[in-house]
Design a protein around this ligand. Structure first.
Ligand code: AFD
Ligand code: MN
Ligand code: MN
Length: 409
């Protein structure tokens, strides 16, 4: 941004004239209230394999350095206090079994740096998962993953924020390779067995994905399957929406609306994709703003009653960019999208809808979602929060990047 106070004030004035002072004020307050979680796996050396193992300069080499980076990101944003962990990357010595004591140590290290641990992700895709995790025909493999899932529940409750997020790599490459019904049953049985042994006051969010690593089938391909499984488990289970896990052109905001309408607990893995599950940083595109409009309308974002809010997490892991900058960029994009959603005049929109004024409704909606420049709102919120108006500029000026590049050779 790098914009002057005059630019910010003028912008606020213009927006107030178009959308009303109250809407602008509410948008500023929403931006101040919205919290989003940083994925631990975005910091560090994972990913980027297609570029000859390229690792961005200064990448964290261990969990301590990841937490250092996350704490610095929090200092710049003021809204990213939580750090999501992966069981076998962050709490394991051998990549096979996770360890409670390590999790305890990591939670302490996080606290020392002024941040907290957020969602716990059981890791179902490392060694021994080539024939599936919960869908594996091997009972010992199933059992190992059930135990890891139960432990994730305990860690979530005792050391983190009580949220477990599940993503399964299970699926197949060729028709006929696996029995679709048998594999689904196995996954469901293991899930039920895990759930029965997990604390009852946590939230378990089930992620779906239409492809990758499975190209012909994935065991949980869509929100309907996640929904059915969550229903089967009970009130402490819900659906996790990851932007990159759909067919192109899927109307994700409509999925969001349906989940909210059906009172299903929900959560988000935010990112941007162009080709597949790209895991790129979030961009402030119109789809993101439309999604936020449904979240706002559904009262599951920045609700005063914290229990009503969905779980908001970033899930990205780009191969080439500076990952700290990319995370700051994502937070910025999410804030801009939320601000735009807050500007939509829903009352007027409803009038147009009722009067069958199709184009007028569309134009009114897009005036906020596409045409409004929400940057002054986000800037104003940051000033009021006492954080830098431009977090990326502040990052560059801080010298942090130079410091980690030197230290982490
Ligand atoms: C993979 C999956 C999924 C999951 C993430 C962390 O595609 O998005 O949330 O790993 O487990 O990228
Ligand atoms: Mn995800
Ligand atoms: Mn993904």
């Amino acid at each position: 941004m790098g914009k002057s106070m005059k630019w910010i004030e003028n912008g606020i004035e213009m927006l107030s004239e178009e959308f009303g002072e109250k809407a602008v004020r509410n948008a500023i307050d929403a931006v101040k209230k919205f919290q989003v979680e940083i994925p631990g796996w975005a910091l560090g050396t994972f990913g980027g394999g297609r570029f000859g193992g390229y690792i961005y300069p200064g990448a964290a080499r261990n969990i301590e350095e990841k937490l250092d980076d996350a704490a610095f990101i929090f200092k710049l944003t003021g809204v990213t206090k939580r750090f999501a962990t992966h069981m076998l990357w962050d709490f394991s010595v051998d990549g096979m079994v996770a360890n409670y004591n390590i999790a305890q140590r990591v939670a302490r290290e996080a606290k020392d740096r002024g941040i907290e641990l957020g969602a716990v992700n059981p890791t179902y895709f490392l060694a021994g998962s080539h024939m599936g995790s919960f869908t594996s025909p091997d009972k010992n493999t199933q059992q190992r993953y059930i135990e890891q899932t139960i432990l994730a529940g305990k860690i979530a409750k005792e050391l983190c924020n009580g949220i477990v997020t599940l993503w399964f790599p299970d699926g197949s490459m060729y028709p006929g390779q696996v029995d679709l019904k048998k594999t689904y049953q196995r996954l469901k049985n293991c899930l039920v067995k895990s759930y029965e042994n997990m604390p009852k006051d946590i939230l378990i969010l089930i992620e779906y994905k239409v492809f990758e690593p499975g190209t012909y089938s994935t065991t949980i391909p869509d929100w309907g399957t996640s929904f059915a499984l969550a229903k089967q488990l009970g009130p402490n289970a819900g659906v996790l929406v990851d932007l990159g896990h759909h067919h192109h052109g899927t109307n994700i905001e409509q999925i969001v609306m349906t989940l909210i309408s059906e009172n299903m607990a929900g959560g988000f893995h935010f990112n941007t994709r162009y080709a597949a599950d790209d895991d790129h940083a979030v961009e402030p595109n119109q789809q993101m703003a439309r999604i936020f409009y449904e979240l706002v309308k559904g009262n599951v974002v920045v609700n005063k009653d914290e229990k009503k809010n969905w779980a908001y997490m970033i899930d990205q892991c780009g191969g080439r960019e500076n990952r700290i900058q990319a995370l700051l960029h994502s937070v910025d994009s999410l804030q801009l999208s939320l601000a735009k959603a807050m500007l939509v005049n829903s009352k007027k929109l409803e009038q147009y809808q009722d009067a069958d004024e199709i184009i007028l409704a569309n134009r009114l909606f897009n005036d906020a979602i596409i045409n409004a420049d929400a940057r002054p709102i986000v800037a104003k919120a940051r000033i009021e929060m006492n954080v830098p108006v431009d977090p990326i500029e502040a990052y560059i000026e801080s010298g942090y990047q130079k410091k980690i590049e030197k230290e982490r050779k």
